[in-house]
Design a protein around this ligand. Structure first.
Ligand SMILES: Cc1cc2nc3c(=O)[nH]c(=O)nc-3n(C[C@H](O)[C@H](O)[C@H](O)COP(=O)(O)OP(=O)(O)OC[C@H]3O[C@@H](n4cnc5c(N)ncnc54)[C@H](O)[C@@H]3O)c2cc1C
Length: 302
Protein backbone atom coordinates (compact mmCIF):
# COMPACT_ATOMS: atom_id res chain seq x y z
CA UNK A 1 0.00 0.00 0.00
CA UNK A 2 1.47 3.35 -1.07
CA UNK A 3 0.78 6.69 0.57
CA UNK A 4 0.79 8.52 -2.77
CA UNK A 5 0.73 7.28 -6.34
CA UNK A 6 1.79 9.89 -8.87
CA UNK A 7 0.70 9.34 -12.45
CA UNK A 8 3.25 10.81 -14.87
CA UNK A 9 7.01 11.34 -14.53
CA UNK A 10 7.12 14.77 -16.14
CA UNK A 11 8.28 17.92 -14.30
CA UNK A 12 5.06 18.12 -12.26
CA UNK A 13 4.99 14.44 -11.25
CA UNK A 14 8.70 14.21 -10.37
CA UNK A 15 8.52 17.42 -8.32
CA UNK A 16 5.55 15.96 -6.43
CA UNK A 17 7.66 12.88 -5.74
CA UNK A 18 10.53 15.00 -4.36
CA UNK A 19 8.21 16.84 -1.97
CA UNK A 20 6.35 13.69 -0.90
CA UNK A 21 9.56 11.72 -0.27
CA UNK A 22 11.01 14.56 1.80
CA UNK A 23 7.92 14.17 4.02
CA UNK A 24 8.83 10.45 4.24
CA UNK A 25 5.73 9.24 2.38
CA UNK A 26 5.78 5.95 0.49
CA UNK A 27 5.63 7.06 -3.12
CA UNK A 28 5.18 5.30 -6.45
CA UNK A 29 5.45 7.15 -9.77
CA UNK A 30 3.87 5.44 -12.78
CA UNK A 31 5.04 6.60 -16.22
CA UNK A 32 3.69 5.41 -19.58
CA UNK A 33 6.71 6.30 -21.73
CA UNK A 34 9.98 7.73 -20.45
CA UNK A 35 10.84 10.15 -17.62
CA UNK A 36 10.83 13.89 -18.26
CA UNK A 37 7.60 14.48 -20.16
CA UNK A 38 7.31 17.01 -22.96
CA UNK A 39 10.54 18.84 -22.18
CA UNK A 40 12.88 15.88 -22.77
CA UNK A 41 13.68 16.72 -26.43
CA UNK A 42 13.99 20.50 -26.10
CA UNK A 43 17.58 21.58 -26.81
CA UNK A 44 17.61 24.76 -24.75
CA UNK A 45 15.48 25.99 -21.83
CA UNK A 46 15.97 29.70 -21.25
CA UNK A 47 13.18 30.62 -18.88
CA UNK A 48 13.59 28.36 -15.86
CA UNK A 49 14.95 30.43 -12.94
CA UNK A 50 18.59 29.82 -12.00
CA UNK A 51 19.14 27.23 -14.74
CA UNK A 52 19.85 29.23 -17.91
CA UNK A 53 20.57 27.32 -21.17
CA UNK A 54 19.97 23.89 -19.66
CA UNK A 55 18.86 21.25 -22.19
CA UNK A 56 15.52 19.49 -21.74
CA UNK A 57 17.34 16.18 -21.39
CA UNK A 58 19.61 17.47 -18.60
CA UNK A 59 16.69 19.17 -16.85
CA UNK A 60 14.61 15.98 -16.95
CA UNK A 61 17.53 13.76 -15.94
CA UNK A 62 18.44 15.97 -12.97
CA UNK A 63 14.83 15.88 -11.81
CA UNK A 64 14.58 12.11 -12.29
CA UNK A 65 17.84 11.46 -10.41
CA UNK A 66 16.79 13.79 -7.58
CA UNK A 67 13.51 11.89 -7.17
CA UNK A 68 15.33 8.53 -7.27
CA UNK A 69 17.99 9.64 -4.75
CA UNK A 70 15.22 10.56 -2.31
CA UNK A 71 13.85 7.01 -2.54
CA UNK A 72 11.03 7.37 -5.05
CA UNK A 73 9.89 4.13 -6.66
CA UNK A 74 9.30 4.61 -10.40
CA UNK A 75 7.68 2.05 -12.68
CA UNK A 76 7.18 2.36 -16.43
CA UNK A 77 3.55 1.33 -16.83
CA UNK A 78 0.63 3.19 -18.41
CA UNK A 79 -2.28 3.91 -16.08
CA UNK A 80 -5.57 2.94 -17.67
CA UNK A 81 -8.03 3.35 -14.82
CA UNK A 82 -8.58 4.44 -11.23
CA UNK A 83 -11.08 2.93 -8.81
CA UNK A 84 -12.07 4.74 -5.64
CA UNK A 85 -13.70 3.05 -2.65
CA UNK A 86 -14.41 4.61 0.72
CA UNK A 87 -11.02 3.82 2.24
CA UNK A 88 -8.69 2.84 -0.61
CA UNK A 89 -7.82 4.09 -4.08
CA UNK A 90 -6.77 1.58 -6.72
CA UNK A 91 -4.60 2.55 -9.69
CA UNK A 92 -4.82 0.12 -12.58
CA UNK A 93 -2.09 -0.09 -15.22
CA UNK A 94 -1.86 -2.22 -18.34
CA UNK A 95 0.12 -4.75 -16.27
CA UNK A 96 -0.71 -4.40 -12.57
CA UNK A 97 -2.84 -2.72 -9.97
CA UNK A 98 -1.66 -0.74 -6.97
CA UNK A 99 -3.40 0.53 -3.83
CA UNK A 100 -2.83 3.88 -2.18
CA UNK A 101 -4.32 6.57 0.03
CA UNK A 102 -3.88 9.47 -2.35
CA UNK A 103 -3.29 10.08 -6.06
CA UNK A 104 -1.69 12.94 -7.98
CA UNK A 105 -2.67 13.19 -11.64
CA UNK A 106 0.36 14.65 -13.46
CA UNK A 107 -0.23 13.32 -16.96
CA UNK A 108 0.48 16.53 -18.90
CA UNK A 109 -0.54 16.97 -22.50
CA UNK A 110 0.04 15.44 -25.93
CA UNK A 111 0.19 16.85 -29.48
CA UNK A 112 -3.08 17.81 -31.16
CA UNK A 113 -3.27 16.12 -34.55
CA UNK A 114 -4.63 17.48 -37.83
CA UNK A 115 -6.85 14.41 -38.14
CA UNK A 116 -6.34 13.92 -41.87
CA UNK A 117 -5.48 10.71 -43.76
CA UNK A 118 -1.84 9.51 -43.74
CA UNK A 119 -0.92 11.65 -40.69
CA UNK A 120 0.01 8.61 -38.59
CA UNK A 121 1.58 6.66 -41.46
CA UNK A 122 3.90 9.57 -42.38
CA UNK A 123 4.94 10.34 -38.80
CA UNK A 124 8.74 10.54 -38.83
CA UNK A 125 8.66 10.42 -42.63
CA UNK A 126 7.84 14.09 -43.12
CA UNK A 127 5.20 14.66 -40.45
CA UNK A 128 6.55 15.99 -37.16
CA UNK A 129 5.20 17.64 -34.01
CA UNK A 130 8.60 18.90 -32.85
CA UNK A 131 10.64 21.28 -35.00
CA UNK A 132 13.56 21.38 -32.59
CA UNK A 133 13.71 17.57 -32.62
CA UNK A 134 13.35 16.93 -36.36
CA UNK A 135 14.15 20.24 -38.10
CA UNK A 136 17.79 19.29 -38.80
CA UNK A 137 16.63 16.43 -41.07
CA UNK A 138 15.26 19.00 -43.52
CA UNK A 139 18.30 21.23 -44.03
CA UNK A 140 18.00 23.19 -47.30
CA UNK A 141 14.59 21.62 -48.06
CA UNK A 142 11.13 23.18 -48.41
CA UNK A 143 9.08 22.73 -45.24
CA UNK A 144 5.75 23.91 -43.81
CA UNK A 145 4.40 24.67 -40.36
CA UNK A 146 0.67 24.60 -39.58
CA UNK A 147 -0.44 26.73 -36.62
CA UNK A 148 -0.80 30.30 -35.42
CA UNK A 149 0.31 30.37 -31.77
CA UNK A 150 3.68 30.94 -30.13
CA UNK A 151 4.90 27.39 -30.77
CA UNK A 152 4.07 27.54 -34.49
CA UNK A 153 5.85 30.87 -34.93
CA UNK A 154 8.86 29.76 -32.90
CA UNK A 155 9.00 26.62 -35.04
CA UNK A 156 8.89 28.68 -38.24
CA UNK A 157 11.71 30.94 -37.01
CA UNK A 158 13.80 27.95 -35.94
CA UNK A 159 13.24 26.16 -39.26
CA UNK A 160 14.01 29.29 -41.30
CA UNK A 161 17.65 28.87 -40.20
CA UNK A 162 17.76 25.31 -41.56
CA UNK A 163 15.30 24.93 -44.43
CA UNK A 164 15.53 26.78 -47.74
CA UNK A 165 11.95 28.01 -47.32
CA UNK A 166 9.22 27.76 -44.67
CA UNK A 167 5.50 28.05 -45.44
CA UNK A 168 3.65 29.13 -42.30
CA UNK A 169 0.05 28.05 -42.75
CA UNK A 170 -2.62 29.40 -40.40
CA UNK A 171 -6.39 28.98 -40.50
CA UNK A 172 -7.04 32.63 -39.57
CA UNK A 173 -5.66 35.86 -41.01
CA UNK A 174 -4.18 36.95 -37.66
CA UNK A 175 -1.82 35.07 -35.37
CA UNK A 176 -2.52 34.28 -31.71
CA UNK A 177 1.21 34.55 -30.93
CA UNK A 178 3.09 37.30 -29.06
CA UNK A 179 3.54 40.46 -31.10
CA UNK A 180 7.37 40.22 -30.99
CA UNK A 181 7.22 36.77 -32.60
CA UNK A 182 4.76 37.97 -35.25
CA UNK A 183 7.07 40.88 -36.13
CA UNK A 184 10.08 38.58 -36.30
CA UNK A 185 8.31 36.06 -38.55
CA UNK A 186 7.25 38.84 -40.90
CA UNK A 187 10.82 40.13 -41.11
CA UNK A 188 12.39 36.80 -42.16
CA UNK A 189 12.84 36.54 -45.91
CA UNK A 190 12.44 32.78 -46.32
CA UNK A 191 9.16 32.50 -44.35
CA UNK A 192 6.06 32.73 -46.56
CA UNK A 193 2.72 33.28 -44.82
CA UNK A 194 -0.25 31.24 -46.06
CA UNK A 195 -3.19 32.68 -44.11
CA UNK A 196 -6.88 31.78 -43.93
CA UNK A 197 -5.83 28.28 -44.97
CA UNK A 198 -5.66 24.70 -43.76
CA UNK A 199 -3.72 21.61 -44.78
CA UNK A 200 -6.36 19.21 -46.05
CA UNK A 201 -4.30 16.40 -47.60
CA UNK A 202 -0.85 14.82 -47.31
CA UNK A 203 0.73 13.51 -50.50
CA UNK A 204 3.17 10.62 -50.58
CA UNK A 205 3.14 6.99 -49.47
CA UNK A 206 6.58 6.16 -48.11
CA UNK A 207 7.46 9.75 -47.20
CA UNK A 208 5.83 13.17 -47.47
CA UNK A 209 6.10 14.67 -50.95
CA UNK A 210 3.69 17.57 -50.64
CA UNK A 211 0.57 18.99 -49.01
CA UNK A 212 -2.76 20.27 -50.32
CA UNK A 213 -3.78 23.56 -48.75
CA UNK A 214 -7.33 24.92 -48.94
CA UNK A 215 -8.06 28.63 -48.48
CA UNK A 216 -11.26 30.22 -47.15
CA UNK A 217 -12.68 30.53 -50.70
CA UNK A 218 -12.26 26.80 -51.26
CA UNK A 219 -9.24 27.04 -53.60
CA UNK A 220 -6.83 24.12 -53.18
CA UNK A 221 -3.09 24.58 -53.83
CA UNK A 222 -0.45 21.86 -53.75
CA UNK A 223 2.81 22.82 -52.07
CA UNK A 224 5.74 20.45 -52.54
CA UNK A 225 7.30 20.29 -49.08
CA UNK A 226 9.45 17.54 -47.58
CA UNK A 227 8.14 18.12 -44.07
CA UNK A 228 5.08 19.45 -42.30
CA UNK A 229 5.49 20.51 -38.67
CA UNK A 230 2.13 20.44 -36.93
CA UNK A 231 1.87 23.00 -34.11
CA UNK A 232 -1.84 23.38 -33.45
CA UNK A 233 -1.89 22.89 -29.73
CA UNK A 234 -1.95 20.11 -27.24
CA UNK A 235 -4.52 17.76 -25.72
CA UNK A 236 -4.54 17.08 -21.97
CA UNK A 237 -3.96 13.38 -21.18
CA UNK A 238 -7.03 12.98 -18.99
CA UNK A 239 -9.14 10.59 -21.07
CA UNK A 240 -8.58 7.70 -18.64
CA UNK A 241 -9.92 9.72 -15.70
CA UNK A 242 -12.84 11.42 -17.42
CA UNK A 243 -15.48 9.35 -15.63
CA UNK A 244 -13.94 10.10 -12.23
CA UNK A 245 -12.78 13.72 -12.05
CA UNK A 246 -14.48 16.80 -13.44
CA UNK A 247 -12.97 18.07 -16.70
CA UNK A 248 -13.69 21.33 -18.50
CA UNK A 249 -14.89 21.53 -22.11
CA UNK A 250 -11.30 21.20 -23.40
CA UNK A 251 -10.55 18.12 -21.28
CA UNK A 252 -8.47 19.79 -18.54
CA UNK A 253 -9.03 18.69 -14.93
CA UNK A 254 -10.92 21.50 -13.21
CA UNK A 255 -8.79 22.83 -10.38
CA UNK A 256 -7.06 25.93 -9.05
CA UNK A 257 -3.85 26.88 -7.22
CA UNK A 258 -4.67 24.34 -4.48
CA UNK A 259 -4.43 21.46 -7.03
CA UNK A 260 -7.53 19.78 -5.55
CA UNK A 261 -9.97 17.90 -7.79
CA UNK A 262 -13.62 17.15 -7.04
CA UNK A 263 -12.58 13.78 -5.49
CA UNK A 264 -11.24 13.74 -1.96
CA UNK A 265 -7.61 12.60 -1.94
CA UNK A 266 -7.08 12.98 -5.71
CA UNK A 267 -4.97 15.97 -6.71
CA UNK A 268 -3.81 17.32 -10.06
CA UNK A 269 -0.52 18.96 -11.05
CA UNK A 270 0.88 20.44 -14.24
CA UNK A 271 -0.26 20.96 -17.82
CA UNK A 272 -3.32 18.70 -17.52
CA UNK A 273 -5.22 21.08 -15.20
CA UNK A 274 -7.08 24.31 -15.86
CA UNK A 275 -4.61 27.20 -15.63
CA UNK A 276 -3.42 30.27 -17.49
CA UNK A 277 0.25 29.41 -18.08
CA UNK A 278 1.57 25.96 -19.01
CA UNK A 279 5.32 26.07 -18.48
CA UNK A 280 7.95 24.24 -16.45
CA UNK A 281 7.86 26.76 -13.66
CA UNK A 282 4.10 26.34 -13.17
CA UNK A 283 4.28 22.55 -13.58
CA UNK A 284 6.94 22.18 -10.88
CA UNK A 285 5.09 24.65 -8.68
CA UNK A 286 1.92 22.56 -9.02
CA UNK A 287 3.94 19.45 -8.20
CA UNK A 288 5.04 20.98 -4.91
CA UNK A 289 1.53 22.19 -4.02
CA UNK A 290 -0.21 18.91 -4.96
CA UNK A 291 2.26 16.86 -2.91
CA UNK A 292 1.87 19.18 0.09
CA UNK A 293 -1.93 18.88 -0.13
CA UNK A 294 -1.71 15.08 -0.50
CA UNK A 295 0.58 14.88 2.55
CA UNK A 296 -1.92 16.95 4.58
CA UNK A 297 -4.77 14.71 3.40
CA UNK A 298 -2.94 11.53 4.45
CA UNK A 299 -1.82 12.93 7.81
CA UNK A 300 -5.38 14.04 8.61
CA UNK A 301 -6.72 10.62 7.65
CA UNK A 302 -4.23 8.81 9.88
C1 LIG B 1 8.70 21.43 -27.72
C2 LIG B 1 8.39 22.01 -26.33
C3 LIG B 1 9.26 22.96 -25.79
C4 LIG B 1 8.99 23.51 -24.52
N1 LIG B 1 9.86 24.44 -24.02
C5 LIG B 1 9.64 24.97 -22.79
C6 LIG B 1 10.54 25.92 -22.23
O1 LIG B 1 11.56 26.30 -22.84
N2 LIG B 1 10.27 26.42 -20.99
C7 LIG B 1 9.16 26.04 -20.28
O2 LIG B 1 8.98 26.51 -19.15
N3 LIG B 1 8.30 25.12 -20.78
C8 LIG B 1 8.50 24.59 -22.02
N4 LIG B 1 7.63 23.67 -22.55
C9 LIG B 1 6.42 23.31 -21.75
C10 LIG B 1 6.78 22.29 -20.68
O3 LIG B 1 7.48 21.22 -21.28
C11 LIG B 1 5.50 21.80 -20.01
O4 LIG B 1 4.81 22.87 -19.45
C12 LIG B 1 5.83 20.78 -18.91
O5 LIG B 1 6.56 19.69 -19.45
C13 LIG B 1 4.56 20.26 -18.25
O6 LIG B 1 4.93 19.30 -17.32
P1 LIG B 1 3.91 18.18 -16.81
O7 LIG B 1 4.66 17.33 -15.87
O8 LIG B 1 2.66 18.83 -16.38
O9 LIG B 1 3.49 17.35 -18.11
P2 LIG B 1 4.35 16.52 -19.17
O10 LIG B 1 5.67 17.12 -19.38
O11 LIG B 1 3.43 16.38 -20.35
O12 LIG B 1 4.54 15.10 -18.47
C14 LIG B 1 3.46 14.21 -18.28
C15 LIG B 1 3.97 12.79 -18.21
O13 LIG B 1 2.88 11.92 -17.91
C16 LIG B 1 2.97 10.73 -18.68
N5 LIG B 1 1.63 10.14 -18.83
C17 LIG B 1 0.58 10.62 -19.55
N6 LIG B 1 -0.48 9.78 -19.43
C18 LIG B 1 -0.08 8.76 -18.63
C19 LIG B 1 -0.73 7.58 -18.14
N7 LIG B 1 -2.00 7.28 -18.46
N8 LIG B 1 -0.02 6.73 -17.34
C20 LIG B 1 1.27 7.02 -17.00
N9 LIG B 1 1.93 8.12 -17.45
C21 LIG B 1 1.26 8.98 -18.24
C22 LIG B 1 3.55 11.23 -20.00
O14 LIG B 1 4.16 10.16 -20.73
C23 LIG B 1 4.56 12.29 -19.52
O15 LIG B 1 5.83 11.73 -19.29
C24 LIG B 1 7.85 23.10 -23.79
C25 LIG B 1 6.99 22.13 -24.34
C26 LIG B 1 7.26 21.59 -25.60
C27 LIG B 1 6.34 20.54 -26.17
Amino acid sequence: MYDIIIIGAGPAGLTSAIFARRADKKVLVLEALTYGGQIINTPDIDNYPAAPHISGYDFATNLYNQALELGTEIKFEKVIDIEVTESIKKVITSENQYECHSIILATGADNRKLGIPMEDELLGKGISYCATCDGAFYKDKLVAVQGGGNVALEDAIYLSNLASKVYLIHRRNQFRADETLVKKVKSIGNITLVLDSNVIALNGNDYLEGIDVKDKDGNVTRIDVSALFVAIGRIPENQNFAKLVNLNEFGYVISDETCHTNIDGIFVAGDNRTKKLRQLVTATSDGAVAATEAIKYINNKK
